[in-house]
Design a protein around this ligand. Sequence first.
Ligand code: DAH
Length: 338
Amino acid sequence: MLDIIEKIKADLEKAKNLIKDNESLEEFRLKYLSRKGLFSTLFEEFRTLPGSEKGKVGKILNETKNLAQNIFDMLSESLSGNKSDSDEDYSLPGKTFNTGSKHLITQALDDITAIFRKIGFSVYEGTEIEDEFYNFDALNTPDYHPSRDMQDTFYLKGDFEKRYLLRTHTTPGQIHLMKNYKPPIRAIFPGKVFRNEAISARALGMFHQVDGLFVDTNVTFTDLKGTMDFFAKEFFGKGLKTRLRPSYFPFTEPSAEMDVECYLCNSKGCRICKYTGWLEILGCGMVDPSVFDAVNLDPEKYSGFAFGIGLERTLMIRHNIPDIRMFYENDIRFLKQF
Ligand code: DAH
């Protein structure tokens, strides 16, 4: 068997100089390296050799096979290289490169920021990690509230004095603002929020909210209503009617939710608006006095309103997007539409 291998080795060296095109290279591959090629056959024979011969023959057989593989790799590289140098067809159309653009979420954040800037709101960026005081206690959300459950909130592991967590809403921004700035305060605070949800067409573990806060002397529910209405008309289109519905949030009193007319069905009732003719877009209300207490502002002197917009939800309504997961799959066919 050693003789045969020596002979192959010599043939390989000769073949190296004879291969000039892809066809002869393919013949080379079939003859030596393919599944039915010489080396496969030799390795099969090798298995039947007595143990005493295996060491020596195996070594040479492997070396020779590697030689064949190297020759093949080298030649196939140089042949394909030649091709692109000399055979390029300059009459073919050029390559197109996709230009990048802003993601729908970023665009919407830009839009919302621009809308609120027009009426004097500034933008504040909070932090994604909060402690229980900012995310819950200061927002009048007591210990027994279900959102404080491990099942709903991602708590950070570790041995800290306080319990830290990934914020479940952007509302803690209110507390940071009121602790750090004196009224009048007029700001929106957009960002990512995190909830321990089962992922589905309607829910993700991470999504975006935009919260807002207006605190001054003599802020009334009428200010809230006017501001929310302005936002909805700017964001969804001028002709749309809005309505406020009584609701409940621990940090506002009274609380409301705002709906816009379902423009998919012109308020006639459809699957998307669950046959009500209205789509819910945000939660809002007057700042609860206990929240002012938590940040040492006098509720007798100051009043304010707050609101929270679920970004993905609102965009799903505006663009008729059926599944929240589509925002984050990075499917170019989706992204290109915006
Ligand atoms: N934080 C609420 C949520 O995540 C949304 C919200 C409702 C924010 C009312 C507010 C508000 O600031 O006033 O569902």
